[in-house]
Design a protein around this ligand. Structure first.
Ligand SMILES: Cc1cc2nc3c(=O)[nH]c(=O)nc-3n(C[C@H](O)[C@H](O)[C@H](O)COP(=O)(O)OP(=O)(O)OC[C@H]3O[C@@H](n4cnc5c(N)ncnc54)[C@H](O)[C@@H]3O)c2cc1C
Length: 476
């Protein structure tokens, strides 16, 4: 069966891969000239890579790890020590660590929390531990019920001191969804904590060993093409064409760089677009269906990824760092953490600038200047005195609408992969799966989407010869 998929981010790529495994033929259509969507990256004139976002892989990412294993590229994940490292707020240049010993979960997590005395006091740790008991006992159903509360509201409901937010969860909320604890749904934070506390390696982190388009996306493309699938870049979906029976009849693909537009016909169709562009392309008759109208409540959040190249080494830490700074979220010295970006003598910092609402419209120069100001606190030894580090170059990548903003109430709005239109399906990190807006969520959504298509094909609801399929396509 031919399946046309619009969008070659991780969700579209994963969907194509698992459709091949089920014996179908995907045609993947990507608007841009680069693979990967939110993991896309580019090379500047000097050959240095810059990325849409600093990306971390967690031990809890079972579906992503399975994909790496199936592609035989597991050695491309560079696993770091099992720790979480935070900058100290009151002590510039110093760090506070949560080190997870080699014990089964949840003992390793409990030991990591008890072993850190810089950030939380004993009464705060006890209050917080008691607050987590329902989540641990009742699991995901409790976590889903909590989608009515922001994280700050959840802490108040459990009489957990506000200081716990200041010390830990502002950094955590910004890392999870680029927003503050007052905005983020408690379901998101509890989901992450549950994974971290229930799986021994859940919070262990890895960096990819190089740029994601070549090191992760291209092997999926090679896999798909080796199985008769197609991948077309610069093939933007412009219109979803409907047949008289209400099913999809084809995808209208725009012609760019002077080329003619064209129509792609298939037996089934997938949108693996982010939710914001999908909403703009919904055919008029679909807009009142609750499945599609609910998407109006899902909206991308702005985020900025800053790359700074320096004339010297600022740190030798080979790990993700939580800045706990007002303007920044997490950051890493990629010259230490990523094989392809390695430099023994000079640092390349990749920093996530969030929340970015107030900054997304500002100039790159303003954003770089504000980031450098924050670095005075993160690396005081290199940004004070007579011999200061100098910036060689900077690149700012803005994403005005990135992953959907996980405010309270979003769980009920997230769609299943199978839509009410028999031959139309959705993949994407915003669609319903247990990993929220993440690379793992995108990969899982792609696999669930491929499974839904295969199930519909086996049930005879879609496929060659079924109305609306390519064999019976009405002229469009
Ligand atoms: C700064 C930043 C940091 C992040 N850090 C992490 C992290 O550390 N860990 C983690 O797990 N996740 C992280 N994420 C989230 C992660 O990148 C996303 O959840 C995931 O990559 C989304 O994949 P997707 O396929 O659902 O969507 P996307 O990656 O957005 O893919 C959608 C694709 O559709 C294409 N498209 C759009 N319109 C059209 C059209 N009309 N026709 C055809 N194609 C179209 C786009 O070009 C894109 O390629 C981060 C994201 C950002 C922005």
């Amino acid at each position: 069966m031919r399946v046309a998929i619009a969008g070659a981010g991780l969700a579209g790529l994963s969907c194509a891969k698992y459709l091949c495994d089920a014996g179908h033929t995907p045609i993947l259509l990507e608007a841009r000239d680069v693979l990967g969507g939110k993991v896309a990256a580019w090379q500047d004139a000097e050959g240095d890579w810059y990325e849409t976002g600093l990306h971390i892989f967690f031990g809890a990412y079972r579906n992503m790890r399975r994909l790496f294993a199936e592609l035989e590229i597991e050695d491309r994940l560079q696993w770091k020590s099992h720790s979480m490292i935070f900058n100290q707020k009151e002590n510039p240049g110093a760090y506070s660590r949560f080190d997870f010993p080699n014990l089964p979960a949840p003992l390793n997590g409990v030991a990591a929390i008890l072993g850190n005395n810089d950030m939380l006091s004993w009464p705060e740790k006890i209050a917080f531990g008691l607050g987590l008991v329902p989540a641990m006992l009742r699991g995901q159903s409790y976590v889903e019920e909590c989608d009515q509360y922001s994280w700050t509201e959840w802490l108040r409901l459990h009489n957990i001191p506000e200081r716990v937010n200041d010390e830990v969860f502002i950094a955590m909320a910004k890392a999870l969804n680029f927003i503050d604890p007052d905005e983020i749904s408690s379901t998101v934070v509890l989901t992450a904590l549950n994974r971290f506390l229930q799986e021994s390696d859940g919070s262990k982190m890895a960096f990819l060993d190089g740029n994601p388009p070549q090191r992760l996306c291209q092997p999926i493309v090679d896999y798909v093409q080796a199985r008769a699938g197609e991948v077309q870049l610069e093939a933007p979906l412009r219109e979803i064409l409907l047949a008289e029976d209400g099913r999809v009849a084809g995808l209208r693909i725009g012609g760019i760089k002077g080329q003619e537009g064209r129509t792609i016909a298939a037996d089934a169709y997938v949108s693996a677009l982010p939710v914001d562009p999908l909403k703009l392309l919904l055919p008029e008759p679909w807009k009142n269906l609750p499945y599609f109208s609910k998407l109006e409540g899902l909206n991308g959040v702005p985020v900025i990824n800053v790359h700074l190249w320096f004339d010297r080494k600022l740190t030798t830490i080979d790990h993700l760092l939580f800045s706990r700074s007002p303007l920044l979220s997490v950051y890493a010295d990629m010259s230490n953490t990523c094989r392809e970006y390695e430099d023994p003598n000079r640092s390349m910092l990749e920093l996530v600038f969030a929340p970015a609402k107030e900054w997304i419209g500002r100039s790159d120069a303003e954003i770089v200047a504000a980031t450098l100001e924050e670095l005075k606190r993160l690396f005081p030894q290199h940004f004070t005195g007579s011999d200061q580090a100098s910036l060689r170059k900077a690149i700012v990548v803005k994403t005005p609408l990135s992953v959907y903003k996980t405010v309270p109430g979003c769980q009920a709005l997230r769609p299943d992969q199978a839509s009410p239109i028999a031959n139309f399906f959705l993949a994407g990190d915003y669609t319903m799966q247990r990993y929220l807006a993440s690379m793992e969520g995108a990969v899982l959504s792609g696999r669930l989407c491929a499974e839904a298509i295969d199930t519909a094909a086996r049930a005879g609801a879609i496929g060659p010869g079924v109305a609306g399929a390519s064999a019976a396509l009405a002229p469009v």
